[in-house]
Design a binder for this molecule. Structure first.
Ligand code: GRF
Length: 196
């Protein structure tokens, strides 16, 4: 039998994608959401972890960038794969090395458009609206040492109506994320298992 794949979801804030992904995999065999890793003490994602009965650890800047505390924790939890869902810091080298081609991120725009430093959360949607774009979407990609530049795995689009605001666009994007992110994770993890 194939080993169960343990996933850690990293986030910085609300955590609605983390919850959606956890619910998707709750009754599936072979993939388990083993922990949430959060970099802000007051992230609502911590509350969601409690409600879902999923372990959650908070690590600060020093833990991430000057120690092996995070990789040690991931090893202790037997983590095979990392999902970034609303995680706002660059992933440090020691984690990238340990999880090569095994870290994915979701970005709420059609990369390479509207990516890079500062392009997160509502900033992205506001910029898209300000530029009068007619469509936006989501990009799921592998993670490397730069913001939003790893190989694209999947994109999905939505139309922007003339009366859309950054807020209504954010809602459309979230629906796309909830629909596709868990399925794409399942596919990427499945491919990993077959290539091993
Ligand atoms: C999502 O829109 C995601 O694309 C972006 O940050 C947002 C996180 O939302 N990276 P949530 O924390 O999952 O609710």
């Amino acid at each position: 039998m194939e080993k169960e794949i343990n996933i850690a979801i990293f986030g910085s804030g609300n955590g609605s994608n983390a919850q959606r992904i956890s619910e998707y995999f709750a009754d599936k065999e072979g993939i388990k959401i083993a922990t949430f890793v959060v970099n802000k003490k007051d992230a609502y994602m911590i509350e969601r972890a409690k409600n879902l009965g999923i372990p959650c650890r908070v690590f600060g800047r020093n833990d991430f960038y000057n120690t092996n505390n995070v990789t040690d924790y991931l090893k202790e939890m037997d983590i095979d794969f990392v999902v970034l869902a609303g995680f706002l810091w660059l992933v440090p080298e020691n984690i990238l090395q340990t999880y090569q081609r095994r870290i994915v991120n979701i970005h709420p725009a059609l990369l390479p458009l509207y990516g890079g430093k500062g392009m997160y959360g509502m900033n992205v949607h506001q910029a898209v609206i300000d530029n009068k774009e007619q469509e936006s979407g989501i990009t799921i990609h592998f993670v490397d040492e730069k913001y939003d530049e790893g190989t694209t795995i999947f994109q999905a689009k939505c139309n922007i109506a003339p009366d859309d605001t950054a807020e209504t666009l954010a809602q459309k994007i979230h629906l796309l994320e909830y629909e596709h992110f868990p399925v794409v994770i399942e596919q990427v993890v499945g491919n990993l298992q077959h290539n091993n």
